[in-house]
Write a protein that binds this ligand. Structure first.
Ligand code: PLP
Length: 390
């Protein structure tokens, strides 16, 4: 199958999945497949032991990145959606109440919708049209009755607005609730320390800002929080017993892991540690500022969200007068070689909050390998499109 001419691509779709990956990711995957591809925890031979070491090393890197007190409480998942489903379905039972926000991705919206059909009450706190969350509104929702869980994103995947996770967690705890953070858009960019921030459950994708391959993600489960596993099966531990073991990580990791992806994720996490999360964040904040500034005064272009690079991650949503977002994205791709995402971004409620439902927006999301020149070319292309009719 022919591949696209990637040398010429300006990739501004890192909020969907990061690209390119650090070269060490592919190298680690090849090395794993050629030299370490046994089944971890299942056998005692050298290849299985080598695979186990790769999984353990990646788990430790991830635990260190998010300040987990014990690496065993970091469970590998397929992606952030998988982690969120494990948390929500594993915790909530009919009669429970959960408080969430109006800016969430469908990875939270849809499980909660399904849980509501089974007797869980969902209270949604409205965010402002720029995506910000007023903590007084959250406090009001928490005061109106017992709440089992507050579930929210760390940053919007549509406009990048950062939500006050630490303060929200403190409020949740004050009211006897647990706190689940969806860090799909922030893990690898913003500081996350589960203990210091009071995060009971943390969902992260491996394939976005952690720079690993698709098919990877993780759920952190705080000590004392027990989840009913969504999957039961072989864990390589307590094999004589019919019931699923409770100990983590095995209790939530039935079946053979995506060891190949985890090998790649280990390499990307080491790259992140070497380059420095803060340095990447600073780089991306610079690109965000450049993008917002470049688009702010273009006639016919609306930049959504806070328009303040200090209050958001590197995700910028725009609308062009007279253009459907999907046509803008197609024109950027075909005429300028610029890869962006258009539409609702799996977050229809967020678009309702922002006032951009049902057409959605054009989302530009630079990453650690994006350059000023990439941003300048995107701005120039949008200027050109905004001067014509779609
Ligand atoms: C805020 C948010 N939550 C959850 C997800 C789901 O992540 P994944 O694709 O890893 O399942 C995304 C993906 O874009 C997201 O942006």
């Amino acid at each position: 199958m022919p591949s696209p001419a990637t040398d010429a691509v300006i990739y501004l779709d890192n909020a969907a999945t990061s690209w390119p990956k650090p070269p060490a990711v592919a190298a680690s995957i090849v090395d794993f497949l050629e030299h370490r591809a046994g089944n971890p925890g299942r056998s005692g031979h050298a290849l299985a032991v080598a695979a186990d070491a790769v999984v353990a090393a990646t788990r430790s890197e991830l635990a260190a990145l998010v300040g987990a007190p014990d690496a065993a409480r970091v469970v590998f998942t397929l992606n952030a959606t998988d982690a969120l489903n494990m948390a929500l379905w594993g915790l909530l039972v009919p009669g429970d109440r959960v408080v969430t926000t109006s800016i969430e991705h469908n990875a939270i919206v849809r499980p909660l919708h399904a849980l509501a059909e089974r007797g869980v009450t969902v209270t949604r706190v409205a965010c402002a049209p720029d995506g910000t969350l007023d903590l007084d509104d959250l406090a009001r929702a928490l005061r109106s009755g017992p709440v089992r869980l507050v579930a929210m994103c760390h940053a919007s995947n549509v406009v990048g607005t950062i939500l006050p996770a630490r303060d929200a967690a403190a409020l949740a705890h004050e009211h006897g609730s647990l706190f689940l953070l969806d860090a799909a858009q922030t893990a690898g960019v913003l500081p996350i320390d589960v203990r210091e921030m009071g995060i009971d459950l943390l969902a992260v994708p491996g394939h976005k800002a952690l720079l690993g391959p698709t098919g990877t993600g993780a759920l952190y489960v705080a000590p004392g929080v027990r989840l009913t596993p969504l999957r039961q099966g072989g864990t390589g531990t307590r094999s004589g017993e019919e019931h699923q073991p409770e100990e983590l990580p095995a209790g939530l990791e039935a079946g053979t892991l995506n060891t190949v992806g985890i090998a790649g994720l280990g390499a990307s996490l080491r790259y992140l540690r070497g380059r420095g999360r803060e340095a990447i964040h600073a780089h991306e904040t610079g690109l965000t500022a450049r993008l917002i500034q470049g688009l702010a005064d273009v006639a016919g272009v609306t930049v959504h969200g806070t328009r303040d690079p200090a209050l958001q991650v590197a995700t910028v949503s725009v609308s062009l007068d007279g253009w459907e977002p999907v046509d803008v994205a197609a024109a950027l791709d075909s005429s300028f070689g610029i890869a962006v995402r258009s539409g609702l971004h799996c977050a229809p409620l967020a678009h309702r909050t922002l006032g951009t439902f049902p057409r959605g927006t054009v989302r530009l999301s630079p990453g650690p390998f994006s350059t000023d020149d990439d941003v300048d070319r995107a701005v120039a292309a949008i200027r050109k499109l905004a001067g014509t009719v779609g």
